[in-house]
Design a protein around this ligand. Structure first.
Ligand code: ADP
Length: 397
């Protein structure tokens, strides 16, 4: 079956068409600046040439219409007719406590997703717009919602509750939800497969280090803790997000600089992280590594601070699971930055971790990067959220 996977943001939309029999991507692309002047669609059939076209996209319905047109284009398309698309899988950011699994979309599900909007006001409304636009254009095609939060719903209460009064949990459902769940689930399962071990027997820590970064503890196939919280701002230091801070810093800066809450949240989400720590050098680890290798203080301090935080979380999840068998690195930084993996693993001597430096410099494959005598196995597993969404979609339709 051919599955269209859609990841819809407020002004952008990423798509992939996946053949679920071969699990190969047939085509992928991106619509940018939807509803803004200068909108653009990028379309790349597998093995073919990538094409960028500037064309008006006043709304998401038009963006999805253009995606479908590109997929069925007589020359560069990958399907003869849209009937070949058996189902659509939509990434949905926040499923609150309502969704511990992916679901087949109907009106009731959409209402429940809408009820989660206040938990993710920037993301969920955009996801819903994408789903509604798709339903309008493909009314007879089954659609599935795959939630970023769902995999983490197995966390025990002591991991998801915060310290403020319990009434905030009761009244507003303020708690840890976690994100990147599709990736944490895919990578931890894949690690077990590659090692030829039973998923249910393993304690796995997944370090999803991309522009957004989170880490999770997966014990016997169930997530028991994760570093992102009510929102994706908590936890690791990220590309532009601060991660954990003393909450009183907010008041301190507000007084010092006369900022309001929106100004401070903008700073913590967009101007912090490795971008802010490097004094605006870059949020991209390729630039930071260059700076580190040149011996520049700002590159060194940024990478060291980032890696220290990852190592500290690994330690806390070893405590949470009373041990760890496998540590996995994934996403843009986790898959491509040997320096980051090496620095993080430098803190893990107490787990008997030793890295195979040659393996640590390989790229693009599921691979063990620890030595055969390392007491804890360390792996790089490239994440594939689109494939995971396509698999969930097939499972439900
Ligand atoms: P997201 O999905 O959160 O946008 P990705 O997982 O795609 O992020 O990761 C993007 C980040 O990965 C980039 O910002 C960059 O920091 C890092 N990255 C990508 N390629 C490399 C590389 N070759 N070496 C080091 N870092 C890289």
């Amino acid at each position: 079956m051919k599955i269209l996977v859609i990841n819809c943001g407020s002004s952008s939309l990423k798509f992939q068409l996946i053949d679920s029999d071969t699990e190969k991507c047939l085509a992928k692309g991106l619509c940018e600046r939807i509803g803004i002047e200068g909108s653009m669609i990028t379309y790349a059939p597998e093995g073919g040439e990538k094409k960028k076209t500037e064309t008006p996209m006043p709304d998401h319905t038009e963006a999805i219409r253009l995606v479908l047109e590109a997929l069925a284009d007589p020359e560069t398309g990958v399907v003869k007719s849209l009937d070949e698309i058996g189902a659509v899988g939509h990434r949905v950011v926040h499923g609150g406590e309502k969704f511990a699994e992916s679901v087949l979309i109907d009106d009731e599900v959409l209402k429940a997703v809408e009820e989660c909007n206040d938990l993710a006001p920037l993301h969920n409304p955009a996801n819903l717009i994408g789903i509604n636009a798709c339903r309008r254009l493909m009314p007879d095609t089954p659609m599935v919602a795959v939630f970023d939060t769902a995999f983490h719903q197995t966390m025990p209460q002591e991991a998801y509750l915060y310290g403020p009064p319990y009434e905030y949990y009761k009244n507003y459902k303020i708690r840890r939800y976690g994100f990147h769940g599709t990736s944490h689930s895919y990578v931890s399962k894949r690690a077990a497969e590659v090692l030829g071990k039973r998923y249910e027997d393993l304690k796995v820590i997944v370090c999803h280090l991309g522009n957004g970064a989170s880490i999770s503890a997966v014990k016997n196939g169930r997530c028991v803790d994760t570093s992102m919280g009510l929102t994706p701002l908590e936890g690791l230091i990220m590309g532009t997000r601060s991660g954990d801070i003393d909450p009183a810093i907010i008041e301190f800066i507000a007084h010092k600089e006369g900022k309001d809450i929106d100004g401070i949240m903008e700073m913590l989400n967009k101007k912090s992280g490795v971008l802010g720590l490097s004094e605006n050098l870059s949020s991209d680890f390729r630039d930071l590594e260059d700076s580190y290798n040149k011996g520049e203080e700002r590159g060194i301090r940024t990478i060291q601070t980032f890696c220290y935080r990852v190592a500290k979380y690994i330690g806390s999840y070893v405590a949470a699971m009373n041990g760890v068998d496998v540590i996995c690195f994934t996403a843009g930084v986790g898959e491509n930055a040997p320096l980051v993996r090496n620095t993080v693993c430098g803190y893990l001597g107490y787990l008997g971790v030793t890295l195979d430096q040659e393996a640590n410099h390989k790229r693009g494959e599921d691979i063990v990067i620890s030595t055969p005598d390392s007491k804890t196995t360390v792996m790089v597993i490239p994440t594939n959220e689109e494939l995971a969404i396509a698999r969930e979609t097939v499972r439900l339709v």
